[in-house]
Design a protein around this ligand. Structure first.
Ligand code: NG1
Ligand code: ZN
Length: 541
């Protein structure tokens, strides 16, 4: 009790009551913690952001560690924003806490204190405990500072210390959170130095300096690349395109645009066989592209996963390391990539969309490569794997084995294992291509992509569609999957699935067929069926 008889808890709750009145939820707004946290129009986000500040503080207290909040809407248009919570080792928020997040973000200001107390009881956290810290970062969106201010207000209301690292990429924030919790160098400067050194060590130096071009989607990736490029300039030249100085974020450029359009981004002048990359608005995805004989080729997340898995598998075999290696994909993975990996004896697992599902499953392997087709992904090395690789790198005396194990160790240091990282993945790809003397065409020819088409269909309420079997089948509304099956059966070798997006207000239809024309036709007919089917349901309501 303080001198006037008011307990510290009462003081805290009173502060929350007072601040919450500045963050009332607008009428008719419903927030949901989806595939990548909250995403919506930026102007309605601050009330959710304030509540997430409270929740993040609770989470930090409950794990007695540093956790993170990243303010970004990744590939969404500039007027959107979003935020997600990062767990102590850099992973995505636990499902139980996602549920708390949705609940708390929809709690009106008057009931906030009560719900907060319920959560703290359930999670066995003392609201006034001073343990745990929060690191907050944001991408380059104009609305970022207001959202960060709202998160900070929430966390500070619960006396949680907030470290605002300002503008950063999503993977940098994840890395900083992880490094902080394992008491390793943890600043943005450390990030650049660590990965630049790892790259230089493994990539080496040639008489001819290679050069690459990167489409930065007019986002934060341009800042990260501009900072790391001078550290690498004796080894590789990086040209930054779409750096945000003229174009709009994610408009006609960026990894999402390139993947969906299957076309080059605007603003990149490239010549035949030049190594080009495109990344997204918060720099956690990357794709490779090049042209040959005036034709555009894009190598997506599946191609990157197979390149990484093939490289690591070869090194593990050469080093005679008895470790498990597997690849985790989603339903969007191109069927050819899965067949290719199987043909190489590499196990493949399919999980629902969203990095959190892939990351978790990849932990089951000693070396787990995970990628979404859109370019999100990384490699995880188990403690056993790292221990074995470290010991062998010191003790191994045979030349071939020693060289393989040394490369494995160096590669593991070039990977941001906290989360998929466009910048470090670009450096890792360039390294593999150089060490293995692979041209873009020889990498691309590892397998031929099956033609596909992905469409976004706007229906009134996307949540009406529920899926099962790693999102490959519709479980509800009843009868809709049968209609998809019937449309698919018109083609000799086709695959198609439908799922509600977790980040945009749409339903995604994905079709894969023997020819592009068939894929386009199938996607369109399934898309219009979905629209008509749901419209008919509404008209009956
Ligand atoms: P949704 O909107 O749930 O499909 C999209 C991507 C995911 C993931 C998240 C997070 C596709 C088909 N989906 O999710 O892979 O990247 O955004 O950014 O690309
Ligand atoms: Zn992203």
């Amino acid at each position: 009790m303080s001198g006037d008889g008011v307990s510290p808890l009462e003081v805290t709750l009173e502060t929350v009551r007072a601040t919450a009145s500045n963050y009332n939820i607008p009428p008719d707004v419903k927030y949901a913690y989806g595939t990548a946290g909250f995403r919506c129009k930026a102007d309605i986000l601050p009330p959710a952001a304030y509540r997430m500040g409270l929740l993040a503080a609770l989470r930090a207290k409950s794990v007695k560690a540093t956790i993170g909040v990243m303010v970004t809407a990744s590939h969404n248009p500039p007027e959107d924003n979003g935020l997600k919570v990062v767990e102590p080792q850099g992973e995505m928020l636990l499902p139980r806490w996602e549920h708390y997040s949705t609940q708390l973000s929809n709690t009106d200001s008057a009931s906030l204190v009560e719900v907060l107390q319920d959560f703290s009881d359930e999670a066995e956290v003392t609201l006034t405990s001073s343990r745990g810290k929060l690191v907050v970062g944001r991408d380059t969106r104009e609305s970022g500072p207001d959202i960060v201010a709202a998160v900070t207000a929430g966390a500070e209301n619960l006396q949680c210390k907030v470290h605002n690292i300002g503008v950063c990429t999503t993977p940098q924030l994840h890395w900083i959170v992880k490094q902080t919790n394992i008491s390793k160098p943890n600043t943005l400067q450390d990030y650049y130095r660590t990965f630049a050194d790892s790259f230089i060590h493994l990539y080496g130096k040639d008489d001819v300096k290679h050069s690459i071009k990167v489409d930065c989607a007019n986002g934060v990736g341009a800042i990260a690349l501009r900072t790391i490029a001078p550290l690498l300039s004796d080894h590789i030249d990086i040209t930054i395109c779409n750096d945000g100085s003229t174009g709009r974020l994610n408009e006609n450029c960026g990894a999402d645009f390139v993947k969906l359009m299957q076309n080059a981004p605007r603003g990149v002048n490239y010549v035949e066989n030049e190594h080009c990359y495109t990344i997204d608005g918060d720099a956690d995805r990357s794709l490779f592209f090049y042209s040959q004989d005036h034709k555009f080729y894009m190598l997506d997340g599946d191609k990157i996963a197979t390149l990484f898995a093939w490289f690591l598998n070869s090194l593990m075999q050469e080093a005679e390391l008895n470790l498990s290696l597997g690849v985790v994909q989603t339903a969007y993975a191109n069927g050819s990539s899965t067949s290719y990996l199987y043909s190489k004896g590499i196990p493949v697992v399919c999980v629902p969309t969203g990095v959190k599902h892939l990351h978790k499953r990849a932990e089951d392997f000693d070396v787990g490569v995970y990628f979404e087709a859109n370019g999100h992904g990384t490699v995880l090395f188990s403690d056993t794997a790292m221990e074995m690789i470290n010991i062998r790198s010191v003790r191994e005396t045979r030349k071939t084995q020693k060289s393989a194990v040394t490369r494995l160790l160096a590669f593991s240091k070039l990977i941001n294992t906290a989360v998929g990282d466009a910048v470090t993945n670009i450096l890792a790809i360039e390294t593999i291509l150089k060490l293995c003397k692979l041209s873009p065409a020889s990498w691309n020819e590892m397998y031929a992509d099956l033609p596909y088409r992905q469409l976004k269909i706007n229906i009134r309420d996307r949540d009406i569609i529920k899926t099962t079997d790693a999102e490959r089948k519709i479980s509800s509304p009843e009868g809709m999957q049968e209609k998809v099956d019937a449309l698919v059966s018109d083609f000799s070798s086709a695959r198609c699935f439908v799922r509600p997006s977790g980040t945009e207000n749409c339903v995604r239809v994905h079709a894969e067929c023997a020819t592009q024309r068939e894929a386009d036709t199938l996607a369109m007919s399934v898309g219009s069926m979905v629209f008509d089917f749901t419209e008919a349901l509404y008209s009956r309501l």
